[in-house]
Design a protein around this ligand. Structure first.
Ligand SMILES: CC(=O)N[C@H]1[C@@H](OP(=O)(O)O)O[C@H](CO)[C@@H](O)[C@@H]1O
Ligand SMILES: [Mg+2]
Length: 537
């Protein structure tokens, strides 16, 4: 084994003195440096599969919303979740081995310390987004898998959530799973969520046209395929796709996409919709979604992950109640970046519990499993709903006592099929929002008016050493460097409805400062002052 790994690894040498880290979004984003990392992540994927008795592990090659020249890689665990946190360090360890000798030593150390039976057959599935560097990185990955004798299936170009879906389907085909999550094919994905969407819209008015900005990425062909599956003639998914230049890789995420819209607080130039028309943007690998529209007076209105979370949580709460089910706990999970107004709306108006976790969907996902119906979204539009085992069995075995309850129950079952429980999924979330707006009889303005966002500001601060910034309380308070938090607190105290925090980014070499206040000018000022404090330290 060692000799075949070395022989393959020699084709994917480690570049100079770079240090890689497996973090919030896998190893990402890196430019031209990822070949050896992907090779080594491939070795780890096979080990992960062997450790879990041959369960299928996913490898996705993408750098999401980042610039086209970057790329990244992440692993998907058997139920479609992010790689278990304790294994991130193993990925980092293999990625940073200085030479092949050290690589083999670390690989063999993992086998012995994790008690892996090296003769267990491994199975890995892989996919990539539309980046130009994708095919070469797939070669690095498959070279690694071949060198350790792992079986693999290459699914070509997919959205990140489609790969998560496939992993979950493949690992739920047999007992102890009572039924497979779905058919493990791309078509099976469209059939499952498209079918649930059509069911939820039966007898309802059509949603009307929606403009979807696909960030010039993989979302464009996949949304088109989904719309085709749902059927043009049914007229229930009338999408106008913009930013679909998939054959021009340099356009990926350029002046478009969910991250552009959220951070710039403006529509992508290519998305020209009339006032009050629904618009949405996906990111480069289609796991984030934001909505927006322009008001009658032309003002841009953003409906971000917080607005999606509140919409979904309120709909599920109503549906559970209408179905006559009383013992399911619905809750929402957010991060510190959630707008304070959304948190107040969830607790006070919707009467639901909220959990705040550190940034990164793996934290949110995990916390959401504490509820029967756990709705989680990052403000940037990445999120989904997870249903507990109890929720699945209660809903499946519930006997309705009236036609109204029966219809609510049917909708609840269809809703579960519409939602991608494995991971936040822009295509599934898009259909989900469309369904809810139809059921509520709302346009984007009614949805937007549920609560008013507090003016806020997010700034990126360059510092010498971001690791000096250590936080507690779901990243809302700094414990190091000592003394910074007191300064932040005294600034925040001066602003009406003021809130601010600073934390080291997990994906970029910077500290992020977030602020909110009652007035726009105050939020801006607060962010600036907190950023000054950060720079001083
Ligand atoms: C403020 C913000 O949007 N942070 C993003 C960003 O994390 P940072 O740790 O802030 O760099 O990238 C993560 C991965 O995509 C995403 O989960 C997170 O929400
Ligand atoms: Mg993404």
């Amino acid at each position: 084994m060692a000799s075949s790994i070395i022989e393959a690894s020699q084709k994917h040498p480690r570049p100079g003195d770079r240090t890689f880290a497996y973090g919030t979004a896998g190893v990402s984003p890196y430019r031209n440096l990822l070949d050896s990392v992907v090779f080594r992540v491939g070795l780890l994927a096979a080990l992960r599969s062997q450790k879990l008795n041959g369960k299928t592990i996913g490898v996705m090659i993408t750098a999401s919303h980042n610039v086209p020249e970057d790329n990244g890689v992440k692993l998907v665990d058997p139920m479609g979740e992010m790689l278990e946190a304790s294994w991130e360090a193993h990925a980092t360890s293999l990625a940073n081995a200085q030479n092949d000798h050290e690589l083999i030593a670390r690989y063999e150390h993992l086998i012995s310390s994790l008690k892996i039976n090296a003769s267990t057959p491994a199975h890995v599935i892989l996919a990539k987004d539309t980046r130009e560097s994708g095919p070469a990185l797939v070669t690095a990955l498959t070279d690694a898998l071949t060198s350790v004798g792992a079986k693999y299936d290459d699914y070509g170009i997919l959205t990140t959530p489609q790969l998560h879906y496939l992993v979950r389907c493949l690992n739920t085909q047999h007992p102890p799973h009572s039924e497979p999550y779905g058919v493990p094919t791309e078509e099976g994905y469209y059939k499952k969520i498209g079918g649930a969407y059509a069911k939820l819209l039966q007898g309802k008015p059509r949603p009307g046209p929606i403009t979807v900005d696909c960030a010039n990425g993989v979302g464009a062909p996949k949304l088109r395929a989904l719309a085709e599956y749902i059927g043009k003639d049914t007229g229930i998914l009338d999408v106008k796709i913009v930013n679909d230049l998939v054959d021009q890789p340099s356009k990926l995420n350029y002046q478009c996409g969910a991250d552009f819209v959220k951070t710039q607080q403006r529509p992508p130039p290519a998305s020209q919709a009339s006032p009050l028309a629904r618009c949405a943007s996906l990111d480069g690998d289609a796991d984030r979604l934001v909505y927006y529209f322009s008001d009658s007076d032309g003002t841009f209105r953003l409906l971000d992950g917080d607005k999606i979370a509140t919409l979904v949580a309120s709909f599920i709460t109503d549906l559970v109640k209408s179905a006559g089910i009383s013992d399911l706990k619905v809750g929402v999970v957010q991060t510190a970046y959630a707008n304070g107004s959304s948190t107040a709306y969830i607790t006070k108006t919707l009467g639901l519990p909220v959990i705040c976790t550190p940034t990164g969907v793996k934290h949110l996902h995990h916390a959401a499993t504490k509820f029967d119906c756990g709705v989680y979204f990052e403000a940037n539009g990445h999120g989904t709903v997870v249903f507990s085992h109890a929720a699945h069995t209660t809903i499946a075995s519930h006997s309705p006592e009236s036609p109204a309850q029966a219809s609510a129950l049917e909708n609840l079952c269809a809703l579960i099929n519409l939602i991608n429980e494995a991971v936040g999924d822009a295509l599934s979330d898009l259909l989900l929002v469309e369904v809810i707006l139809v059921h509520k009889g709302w346009g984007p303005k009614e949805w937007d008016s549920t609560y008013t966002d507090l003016p806020n500001r997010l700034v990126r601060v360059e510092v010498k050493d971001r690791t000096a910034f250590k936080t507690t309380d779901a990243e809302r308070k700094l414990v190091e460097p000592v003394g910074v938090q007191e300064k932040v607190d005294s600034l925040v105290g001066k602003y009406k409805q003021g809130r601010a925090f600073a934390r080291a980014s997990g994906t970029e070499d910077a500290v992020r400062v977030y602020s909110e206040a009652a007035e726009r000018g105050e939020a801006e000022e607060l962010a600036r002052l907190v950023a000054d404090v950060v720079v001083q330290f």
